[in-house]
Design a protein around this ligand. Structure first.
Ligand SMILES: [Zn+2]
Ligand SMILES: [Zn+2]
Length: 385
């Protein structure tokens, strides 16, 4: 059962926005994993972040108040694709990036102005997550794949400035070019002057008179891009590749985010995988098991010869060294493990039936079972005597 978001922040339902913000600020400071000495600080910090991200957003908060955690569509607010939770080992980069976002450009006190007010200082672009399915063999041997991403890029016409030349920029009429506006308030303690960033020019003191026609002054454009990705041999489900600087462009000249390609390896018809080792089951006949033989077992590298010694039991596992999957980012390969399954024939020819009957009537076979049970009965007798 998920914890109540209000409870996490130590608040009552109906808390004001200011109370929510204050509680968040206090708790985030207390539990920030880099500075906190509390137990489970990281987990707590994540909880606090999640609670705050919902309660600080009027729409999300309303949805949460009405439907609680049970509201299915609610998850979509977090902005992750579906199936996200099915992967293992992916979550850390996103959380780290979140942290990174929060703590860039000024200390902790700056988060609110960084995140919730539009600024004209450089802001790093957001990361993009792409899910990629590869076949069992592609994962084993590596493959080049093409992914498609929708992303924002710097406008190539104005190189992200939003205007062509300096003559297209004028002085902001609201702040007369200072970038700041002052207000004087009368308070109980006397006159109180506050200076804030100019809302018209976001502090730059300038406004664009003639915006770039391509991006309409935004400096950014949307594009759909195909990108070739090299998937290394040995990759497994949940592994991800990071394409640095290929995510969304940053605003106001900030650096671009990254692309995370999260890999999902499709199951194989006959092979199973455990890290770099491959598992396969091979049926053999009763006579092959009893008399011993040389069989062929499928591997990722073709059929391989396998010696079955006389008297092999069903379920025996044989190792084919080095016939597994190449280790990811390392030399060497895993092994293949072949489990032989002794099969009881279901359809018999007349001759086979005759031979098996002869075998059944052979004394030796009966004796073996007899002696097995005799030992067992002997033990029972001793026990209950
Ligand atoms: Zn201004
Ligand atoms: Zn432009």
């Amino acid at each position: 059962m998920a914890k109540d978001y209000y409870e996490i922040l130590g608040l009552k339902k109906g808390a004001s926005d200011a109370e929510i913000r204050a509680a968040y600020k206090r708790l985030a400071k207390k539990y920030h994993p880099d500075i906190s000495k509390e137990k489970n600080a990281e987990e707590k910090f994540k909880e606090i972040q999640e609670a705050y991200s919902v309660l600080s957003d009027p729409q999300k908060r309303q949805a949460y108040d009405s439907f609680g955690h049970g509201f299915e569509g609610f998850k979509g607010f977090r902005g992750f694709g579906e199936g996200f939770s099915d992967f293992s080992g992916f979550s850390s980069p996103f959380d780290l990036e979140d942290l990174f976002d929060m703590f860039t450009g000024g200390g902790f006190s700056d988060i609110f102005s960084t995140r919730f007010r539009k600024r004209s200082t450089p802001e790093r672009g957001s990361d993009i997550r792409v899910n990629l399915s590869v076949s069992f063999e592609e994962a084993a041997f590596g493959v080049e794949k093409e992914i498609r991403v929708k992303r924002t890029i710097k406008c190539p016409v104005c190189s992200g400035k939003g205007y062509a030349g300096e003559s297209d920029v004028g002085v902001c009429s609201y702040c007369h070019g200072s970038g700041m506006v002052s207000k004087t308030r009368r308070t109980m303690l006397g006159l109180f002057q506050t200076t804030t960033t100019c809302p018209n020019c976001h502090g730059s003191g300038k406004v664009i008179k003639n915006p770039c026609p391509k991006c309409r002054g935004r400096g950014l454009l949307e594009e759909e891009k195909k990108i070739k990705v090299k998937i290394p041999a040995g990759i497994n489900t949940g592994n991800f590749l990071r394409l640095k600087g290929q995510g969304n462009a940053g605003e106001h000249g900030g650096s671009a985010g990254d692309i995370y390609v999260v890999v999902f390896v499709e199951p194989h018809e006959i092979f199973k995988r455990d890290n770099s080792d491959v598992y396969v089951e091979v049926p053999i006949s009763f006579s092959e098991a009893a008399l011993g033989s040389e069989i062929e077992a499928p591997t990722l590298y073709g059929m391989a010869k396998l010696k079955i010694p006389a008297g092999t039991q069903s379920g025996t596992i044989f190792r084919l060294k080095g016939k597994g999957i190449p280790h990811l980012n390392a030399t060497g390969k895993g092994d293949e493990f072949v489990k032989v399954i002794v099969q009881t024939p279901q359809k018999l020819s007349k001759k086979e039936r005759e031979l098996l009957k002869q075998l059944r009537n052979e004394e030796a076979f009966h004796k073996k079972r007899k002696s097995f049970f005799e030992k067992f009965q002997e033990r029972l007798r001793k026990k209950f005597r």
